[in-house]
Write a protein that binds this ligand. Structure first.
Ligand code: CTP
Length: 404
């Protein structure tokens, strides 16, 4: 269930920081991508090297680091996660959060994030019981922050009482519970194709098309936001990876088909890629030179049709297969015929004539075509088209059930 999720783990100062190393390990075992922020206090207890080695990722500590900011600004760091976990959450960091302060990387990320936050506090019992901490906890809970622990028991300072950070297994269970209750597509596995494909002519040249990948990536993002476990198979694009999706990058149609087949079974497949229809039969192994004999000619062969292949699966066909139809004229008629020949359940048809600006643009006007006819959706951003599609998929899955 956690496979492919992204967690930003903030480790603040406290002896319990060693337990966070175990938590990182458990999360990685479950396929979670873990990025860590280590505060100055946290670094007194665990080293950046161990955090980095266990998370298999770079560790972030400095707010004003030129290299960190150029590679991954603090805003992106705070947004490219499905959940932010603070473990251990020190009294000081909680006080900063409650007050909305941002004077180091951890507090800035916590102020800037638009993602849910789970705190695992750890401190001395008197600090936990102090009216100032009580006020801060009340404020944080009122702000929608989730809490796990602290537990009661022997404390590292030698005192007895409430203040121990919850065990890594309990924090892991809280993280699982968070994702289990998230979204109408929470048990759904989805496969999305996006972007163009590049079909090589020789090592330096290729055949491509104008697809930007914006619509496909927006769909992967919307399905993930609705709780689906998303695999995104994408051709070359400039789009950023959607949070939580497992992203497989490919170049050619054949690679895209192989990656899709390797990602089965899924409950929903959305083929939004603009797959090249043809490839060069025998691409050159070395750069084709101008040899003075005029332009070369190339034999083209047809590429596999990924949408038709997925739609025609005898065993393990996704419950719902959705295709796109890029048309320049008679949009609904052509797309209706395409739905039948490809064998998919729905086609989202769009007019890609140059004057519509759909290819590469941010807006789209689509017609949803199913067995009953066509429904035209109002012109909207590609993100809005994607979330409308995610809603419609959730409605249909609720009626039809999942694959198996
Ligand atoms: N598609 C695919 N594999 C291909 C070609 C297309 O999976 N080799 C999918 C696209 O992802 C899209 C749908 O088929 O969901 C329709 O793509 P489109 O380019 O509109 O149609 P084509 O099949 O290429 O037909 P034509 O170019 O003749 O309109």
């Amino acid at each position: 269930m956690l496979d492919g999720k992204r967690i930003l783990l903030i480790i603040s100062g406290g002896i319990a920081a060693y337990k966070s190393l175990v938590l990182i390990r458990r999360l990685r075992d479950r396929g979670v991508q873990v990025r860590c922020v280590l505060t100055k206090g946290g670094a007194q207890f665990v080293t950046p090297l161990s955090v980095s080695a266990l998370s298999e990722n770079k560790v972030y500590s400095e707010l004003f680091s030129l290299t960190d900011e150029s590679e991954m600004g603090h805003i992106r760091l705070s947004r490219e996660a499905d959940l932010v976990v603070v473990a251990p959450a020190s009294a000081d960091l909680m006080a900063k959060m409650a007050a909305g302060r941002a004077d180091d990387l951890a507090s800035t990320v916590l102020l800037a994030t638009d993602k849910p936050v789970l705190l695992a506090p750890a401190m001395n019992v008197m600090m936990w019981q102090n009216p100032a901490t009580r006020r801060n906890v009340d404020q944080l809970v009122a702000d929608g922050i989730q809490m796990i622990g602290p537990d009661a028991g022997d404390l590292a300072c030698g005192e007895l009482g409430t203040g121990r950070m919850s065990e890594p297994e309990a924090i892991l269970a809280a993280i699982e519970a968070h994702f289990a209750t998230a979204g109408p597509l929470k048990d759904v596995r989805a496969l999305v194709t996006s972007g163009p494909t590049h079909e090589p002519i020789d090592p330096v040249r290729y055949i491509a098309n104008r697809s930007s990948g914006k619509q496909g990536h927006a769909i992967a993002r919307a399905l993930g936001d609705a709780g689906a476990a998303v695999t995104l198979v994408t051709g070359p694009t400039r789009e950023v990876d959607p949070p939580s999706a497992k992203v497989i990058r490919v170049e050619t149609a054949e690679e895209m088909l192989a990656a899709c087949q390797a990602s089965l079974p899924v409950d929903v497949a959305v083929c939004a890629a603009a797959v090249a229809d043809w490839r060069v039969a025998r691409p050159g192994n070395s750069k084709i030179k101008r040899n003075g004999n005029g332009a070369p000619t190339f034999e083209l062969v047809e590429n596999p049709d990924i949408l038709a292949t997925l739609s025609g699966l005898k065993r393990g066909r996704p419950t719902l297969v959705v295709g796109f139809a890029a048309e320049t004229d008679a949009v609904i008629d052509h797309a209706t015929a395409k739905r039948r020949t490809k064998g998919c359940d729905w086609i989202l048809a769009n007019d890609v004539s140059a004057e519509t600006g759909v290819f590469g643009g941010d807006h789209n006007t689509v017609h949803l075509i199913d067995a009953h006819g066509a429904e035209t959706w109002p012109k909207a951003t590609k993100a809005d088209v994607a979330s409308r599609l995610a809603d419609k998929i959730a409605e249909t899955i609720a009626q039809k059930g999942l694959l198996a």
